[in-house]
Design a protein around this ligand. Structure first.
Ligand code: PLP
Length: 449
């Protein structure tokens, strides 16, 4: 375990080690993270969006739930005035909205964005290479037996705590690939059952998420027709997530929500390895520049991205690089299973670290309480991971650290016209029985607070 020297025992490091909720903001002009996110370009985000559009007719045929949207996998932008009141966020602090990825069809979580994009990109390159598809073709050709038989020679595999596996497994098997999902022992039984029902092979591994990923990667590398989706290093995943920013821009426009110097947009994104929130924050920063302020949200026992950001700013002297939550004596144990990650993705950090405004942590009890508040106020049904965004406005507007940051940035005066966007990242497929347990736990906690 990492034993920081005394100089590292700042109040934030102290709070982190004690697993207390805390907000960290990135210091201005810090050399370590001041480099622009040079790994990706907006053109690549546009390409990802175009790829999703090319596949939409095929997806509309493969998934009945997409018939209505013409194969577009998207979620609504929802005003959340009742939730805002339930959270005690005064109207002078701005207005709360929700980007409802908990309801994303096909995968039931934000993983639909990156995971499906990556499998589609792999399928597209295979089909073009094999002459099964020409540029400009109708992609519904890929549902024909010839293409499916060809895809069936390939294995698509992933290591996952659950939601990424659901997304990859479901799309890969729908296209005709052999699909394998390597899961850690703590993955939920219903997720395994859902995958097996779709013909996906579920391989269980002892140990945490990192071990499942390593075991899965080793197995696929031994298969010449194997393709491994690497949650920590995949550009395709990242770009699939980033494409969400383009769709959100349209939704903000249609809702008459302005984003400029006088109308700041604060976005609160639940973070695991950082790929999903990183891609979205990257895309939004490309579109809105300095007027969008992205914050990541992590469980108090799994603040891997916060540690990576702090280390990058020289605030964790002596910590092994890249840092893990175990180095601080934390357990990585949380009911927010989508966020239970010990170490951040270096790809996500390199791409978005310089754009991120800050990271805050949330206690599991607060996740449950906010899950219940959201059900009572807006009638929405989310999983615990997806509730992490709702602590954001309070961390920013209701703590000394948040207020100091707002003041230093000259944002205090603009708060009444600000938009706070909580990204709800999963929940659609949580079984009723399990959701009812979440809800009753959340209700007792919300009542007590
Ligand atoms: C995966 C996941 C996230 C975070 O995505 P990362 O790419 O791991 O940071 C957030 N919420 C839910 C529900 C997830 O499944």
């Amino acid at each position: 375990m990492f034993h920081p020297d005394d100089s590292a025992l700042t109040p934030i490091v102290d709070a982190l080690r004690l697993a207390r909720p805390v907000l960290w903001t990135r210091p201005d002009g810090d050399a370590a993270t001041a480099a622009p996110g040079a790994h990706f370009l907006m053109d690549q985000v546009l390409s990802a969006q175009e790829r999703l559009a090319r596949f939409a007719p095929l997806l509309g045929d493969l998934f009945p739930e997409l018939a209505e949207s013409g194969g577009v996998i998207e979620s609504p932008l929802l005003a959340a005035d009742a939730m805002q009141a339930a959270l005690g966020l005064p109207p002078e602090a701005g207005r709360l909205w929700i980007k409802a990825d908990h309801a994303l069809p096909v995968a039931g979580s934000i993983k639909a964005r990156g995971g499906i994009h990556e499998v589609l990109e792999f399928a597209e390159s295979l089909a073009l290479g094999a002459g099964l598809l020409q540029a400009g073709d109708d992609y519904r050709k890929l549902a024909e037996p010839k293409a499916r038989a060809y895809f069936g020679r390939y294995q698509v595999a992933v290591g996952s705590t659950g939601n990424l596996g659901l997304s990859i497994g479901v799309i890969a098997s729908a296209l005709g690939f052999r699909a394998a999902v390597h899961m850690s022992a703590d993955a939920k039984a219903w997720k395994k059952a859902r995958l097996r029902a779709r013909g996906v092979e579920v391989v269980e591994h002892a140990g945490d998420y990192e071990k499942a990923v390593a075991a899965g990667r080793a197995q696929v590398e031994a298969d010449p027709c194997g393709y491994f989706v690497d949650d920590e290093r995949s550009a395709s995943l990242f770009l699939g997530y980033a494409a969400a920013a383009l769709h959100l821009r349209g939704q903000l426009g249609r809702a008459d929500i302005r984003v400029d110097a006088e109308h700041p947009l604060f976005v609160y994104l639940p973070c695991g390895v950082g790929g999903a929130p990183g891609g979205i924050a990257f895309g939004l920063t490309q579109l809105y520049g300095p007027h969008v302020h992205c914050f990541f949200a992590e469980p108090v026992q799994s603040p891997c991205f916060m540690l990576r950001m702090m280390a990058g700013c020289g605030q964790l002297p002596g910590v092994p690089m890249p840092p893990s939550v175990y180095d601080l004596g934390l357990t990585n144990l949380t009911d927010a299973d989508g966020l239970a990650v010990p170490r951040a993705s270096e790809l996500a950090y390199a791409a978005v670290g310089a754009h991120l405004r800050g990271v805050y942590t949330v206690a599991d009890d607060t996740l449950y309480a906010d899950l219940a508040r959201l059900h009572a106020s807006e009638g929405l049904r989310i999983e615990p991971s997806a509730a992490a965004g709702f602590s954001g406005p309070g961390q920013l507007c209701g703590t000394d650290a948040g207020q100091a940051w707002l003041r230093a940035r000259g944002l205090r005066a603009h708060l009444p016209r600000a938009t706070h966007l909580a990204w709800t990242t999963g929940g659609l497929f949580v079984p009723d029985e399990e959701y009812d347990r979440f809800l009753s736990r959340g209700r007792s906690l919300a009542a007590g607070s």
